[in-house]
Each structure stands twice: as structure tokens, then as C-alpha cells.
Design a protein around this ligand. Structure first.
Ligand code: ZN
Ligand code: ZN
Ligand code: ZN
Ligand code: ZN
Length: 112
């Protein structure tokens, strides 16, 4: 029902239970379950894999390089777990080597 409020998982302020972005702290998916970055299935922070698409739910943070739960934000540094395609500028979860939008490599092609 409309008007029902829930605490934001990041700042604990009461916000609308259907908010996609917290109006107070600006983080995405502030209420309810975290969602799989690939298929948007509701997931839990202690899961190893998404039970719908099988995506491993541990990843290396693109910002700090530490292993983190593959939710919306890094457990360690709080960075948004997304990368921006150098070709088409589409922001996306780091699901693989190639852009989900244009199919080009997400990292400038340099291998050291
Ligand atoms: Zn918040
Ligand atoms: Zn999934
Ligand atoms: Zn990080
Ligand atoms: Zn792209």
C-alpha cells in the first residue's frame, strides 16, 4: 500500500518502500532485498551464487580491488560496483570482459 515506509539499508532513515533511490543518502536499492546485478533476482548477502542465473556473488571491487559481495556497493570502500564502457559510456555492473551494451572490451585492451 502506498505511504508504507521502510528504513534505508544504508542510512536507516525511513523512506518509501518502493523507492529505487534513497532521497536522503542517494544510494540505489535502499529497501528490500539486494538484487542480482545480472538478472535482478532478489538475493541475500550470505549467498555465494544467484539462485536464478548462477552468477557468482563475490567479485573484485573495480575501485579498491578487494573481494566484495556483488550487490550495488563495495563492502570495503563503499564504491558503486559499476564500470563505465570506454566506447559507449554505458554504466554497468562488471559482469564480464565485454560491454553488455555494445560488446566492446570494457578495459582499453591493454594487457601487461
Ligand atoms: Zn539512505
Ligand atoms: Zn541472477
Ligand atoms: Zn571497493
Ligand atoms: Zn559499450
Amino acid at each position: 500500500m502506498p505511504g508504507y515506509k521502510q528504513p534505508c539499508r544504508y542510512c536507516n532513515e525511513l523512506i518509501s518502500s518502493d523507492a529505487n533511490v534513497c532521497p536522503l543518502c542517494g544510494k540505489v536499492n535502499p529497501v528490500g532485498s539486494p538484487r542480482c546485478p545480472k538478472c535482478r533476482n532478489p538475493i541475500k548477502v550470505d549467498w555465494k551464487k544467484c539462485d536464478n542465473c548462477g552468477l557468482p556473488l563475490q567479485t573484485a571491487c573495480p575501485k579498491c580491488g578487494q573481494p566484495t559481495f556483488f550487490g550495488d556497493y563495495c563492502d570495503k570502500c563503499g564504491a558503486r560496483l559499476t564500470v563505465v564502457c570506454p566506447q559507449c559510456k554505458k554504466e554497468q555492473p562488471p559482469l564480464g570482459e565485454l560491454c553488455a551494451e555494445c560488446g566492446k572490451p570494457l578495459k582499453g585492451g591493454k594487457k601487461s
